[in-house]
Ligand binder design. Structure first.
Ligand code: UDP
Length: 332
């Protein structure tokens, strides 16, 4: 039995492939390398460069690897701001891509999929923390594209018996503790990598987007989770489906919130650097606070996140950034 990882060269995908290999699981990776990095994946892994929306390409992958019995799907665009200006890019790549993927999975009788969903499917929550059955009213095309993907999987389960687990991530941050793989986006838009780039002198200062939110210090509060812990949740979800369980949805977060100012302060402590920062206007589409209720993943999947301290998360990211100031361009 082998696991097909779509988007395995991306940030979270590459950490999951790494964990799967550490557990001696059989893995096949597909990535179109539009945002992923070939160097993020162990060179011994069976790797196909191509697009999951290309059905003939995907037929070739399944034909050549008849032992694939489960798919983990990370291959999607994920920038909120970009999705606001180019929504069709998101509905095409993310949503339409899911339709094509499920068609080919069904053709090859592959009936298990673990899917990267997002807290962005909840929109502006009415209460905290957020539970899996809370209303989903996304406020940007990115969140909408992922909610549509969840719904498509529900109907595909009803009609074809393709079982799914949708994992709704909150804010992902950190790197492999040995610093060998990490976060490398171009352009970088996420808080922690930007904070650490300022700490390294690669940027002049951090802009904190808004300090007049309805939170204790006025800056947004987010729930940070480490990619290693996410990786474990994906592997547990594959096992859960292989055991014959029904489709389900789980939040993945630490259940603790940190404000943008608290993240900055923690990064100053971990790095020992000053990290100049200024308050800038709000960014469009940022809810005040996002904190996950993640008891369900702990209870049902047996998920035990190890990175329960945001400083530990920042330490791992700092190791990656200081050893790879230019991201994967610095790797052999
Ligand atoms: N943020 C910020 N300055 C930046 C980048 C992000 O103040 O240069 C804030 C952003 O407004 C949000 C939080 O950091 O409140 C997390 O944003 P990020 O883009 O990392 O993740 P998202 O929540 O959008 O997935």
């Amino acid at each position: 039995m082998s696991i097909l990882v779509l988007g395995g060269a991306g940030y979270i995908g590459s950490h999951t492939v790494d964990r799967l290999l550490a557990e001696n699981r059989d893995v096949v990776v597909v990535d179109n390398l539009v945002t992923g990095h070939r160097a993020a994946v162990n060179s011994d892994v069976k790797f196909y460069e191509g697009d999951l929306a290309d059905k003939d390409f995907m037929r070739k992958v399944f034909t050549e690897n008849p032992d694939i019995d489960a798919v983990i799907h990370f291959a999607a665009f994920s920038l909120v701001a970009e999705s606001m200006v180019d929504p069709l890019k998101y509905f095409d790549n993310n949503t339409a891509g899911m339709v094509k993927l499920l068609e080919v999975m069904n053709e090859f009788d592959v009936k298990r999929i673990v899917f990267s969903s997002t807290a962005a499917t909840y929109g502006i929550p009415e209460k905290m923390p957020i539970y899996e059955d809370d209303p989903q009213n996304p406020i940007n095309p990115y969140g909408e594209s992922k909610l549509m993907m969840e719904k498509i999987m529900r109907w595909a389960d009803d009609a074809y018996g393709i079982k799914f687990v949708a994992l709704r991530y909150f804010n992902v941050a950190g790197a492999k503790p040995d610093g060998s793989i990490g976060e490398d986006h171009g352009p970088e838009t996420h808080l922690l990598p930007i904070v650490l780039q300022v700490a390294m002198g690669k940027r002049d200062e951090l802009s904190i987007f808004g300090d007049d939110y309805n939170t204790p210090d006025g800056t947004n509060v987010r729930d940070y989770v480490h990619p290693f812990d996410l990786a474990d949740a994906h592997i547990l979800a594959v096992d859960y489906l292989r055991e014959g369980n029904d489709s389900d949805v789980f939040n993945l977060g630490s259940s603790t919130g940190f404000s943008n100012l608290e993240m900055l302060e923690a990064a100053r402590e971990v790095t020992g650097k000053e990290i100049p920062a200024k308050i800038a206007p709000r960014r469009v589409g940022d809810p005040d606070t996002l904190i996950a209720a993640s008891e369900k993943a702990r209870k049902v999947l047996g998920w035990k996140p190890q990175f329960d301290d945001v400083k530990k998360i920042i330490e791992t990211a700092w190791k990656w950034h200081t050893t790879h100031p230019n991201g994967y361009d610095d790797r052999d």
